[in-house]
Design a protein around this ligand. Structure first.
Ligand code: FES
Length: 131
């Protein structure tokens, strides 16, 4: 699925985020954000259905990396932070599917993964429809 398909939820994943914990990795290893993108892309197809996953550089939330943003035309946009590439791929996709399934992109609070509830950095309303 392309990010431009009508109505598709797009999950932007910052690939330039660095780990927020002491980085014991070698300098030539991928950054934490790139590893998060790889982890999300490695999830089963059915968990990514209807969600376009797109790597981007810097979502301007570097102090709470790793960071992703979930958006779709006519829906709310969410920025999620403090994500661990080794732990949170499933939670991120669960949230993205909830976003995809809600008409306005407003997943029910109780249905959101707990970690996502606690690490939502921002939400932004949809642009008004053009007349
Ligand atoms: S480098 Fe990922 S938000 Fe800035």
């Amino acid at each position: 699925m392309t990010s431009l398909e009508n109505g598709a939820t797009t999950l932007f994943v910052c690939v330039t985020c660095r780990s927020q914990v002491a980085d014991v990795s070698l300098p030539d290893q991928p950054r934490a954000g790139a590893r998060l993108l790889t982890a999300i892309e490695a999830m089963p197809d059915e968990q990514r259905e209807g969600v376009a996953v797109v790597g981007v550089e810097c979502l301007s939330n570097c102090n709470r990396a790793c960071t992703v943003a979930v958006t779709a035309p006519g829906k709310w946009t969410y920025v999620l932070g403090a994500l661990d590439p080794d732990v949170h791929a499933q939670d991120i996709l669960t949230f993205a599917r909830l976003h995809r399934n809600h008409e306005a992109g407003l997943p029910a609070w109780r249905e959101r993964p707990e970690y996502i509830r606690k690490n939502t950095v921002a939400r932004v309303p949809a642009l008004p429809a053009l007349r």
